[in-house]
Design a protein around this ligand. Sequence first.
Ligand SMILES: Nc1ncnc2c1ncn2[C@@H]1O[C@H](COP(=O)(O)OP(=O)(O)OP(=O)(O)O)[C@@H](O)[C@H]1O
Ligand SMILES: [Mg+2]
Length: 250
Amino acid sequence: MNAGVPPILSVRNLSVRFGGPENILTALDQVSLDLREGEFLLAAGSNGSGKTLLMRCIAGLLKAQEGEILLRGSPRVGIVFQDAEAQILGETVEEDAAFGPKNLGLSREETERRVEAALEAVGLGEKRKGSPRRLSGGEKRRLAVAGVLAMGCDIIIMDEPFANLDWPGVVQVLEILRSLKQAEKSLIVLTHELEKVLALADRLLILHRGLVRDNGNPAAVLDRLDPAWGVRDPRRNYHSVGDCSWLDES
Ligand SMILES: Nc1ncnc2c1ncn2[C@@H]1O[C@H](COP(=O)(O)OP(=O)(O)OP(=O)(O)O)[C@@H](O)[C@H]1O
Ligand SMILES: [Mg+2]
């Protein structure tokens, strides 16, 4: 995982505040993190912990009041938003996936080649002529991933990639994540559903109320998890129906 080389992405002391002097909300508070090439960072945090804001800052969509974001070697950063609907740009599935590579100024042939490969990779090859708006929620998310693949992004960031997906949909997204990991892409997944993806993560970061509370080896971070951070240790076995509850004492 290239431990010796500088990180491909560094976030340094990032702070984002909202409101005025009387009702100030520090939504991100001196957040720092490193992402190494080929690394899979899982950033977990409860609702409102600052995950989406952090992603928006890294994507350059939001300017933080303090701190900096350093990218090494001009990597291409691809973002998959939680709301895949908002990311739809084309009239057909293939047009949508072609939007990114076209914007990069690639030739028509190269764009077509990449779009075909990307749609095939996410299992949408057969729907290429259809309308993206008529895709299911899971298919829309896979289309957003295809767009990022077609652009040849080096860093891929996904915000709540499992939101609103059923079990097969979650499995499809996980398979994509696994193949991105195998292709040695640098990945950040921001989610509160860590139980779905923990096995793929190289590192686990816990965000709570805008602060990085922990960041390290996933098992070690879970061992020292503070329940007050609103993240649940998923290493619990369900053996019977009676165990299947998120209430601690069922
Ligand atoms: N434009 C804004 N104005 C004021 N407060 C904001 C704004 N955008 C975000 N916030 C606040 O910043 C905090 C972090 O929001 P963010 O969307 O990053 O949370 P999140 O971790 O992505 O939550 P979720 O799991 O619900 O998606 C929240 O308390 C939110 O209300
Ligand atoms: Mg969010």
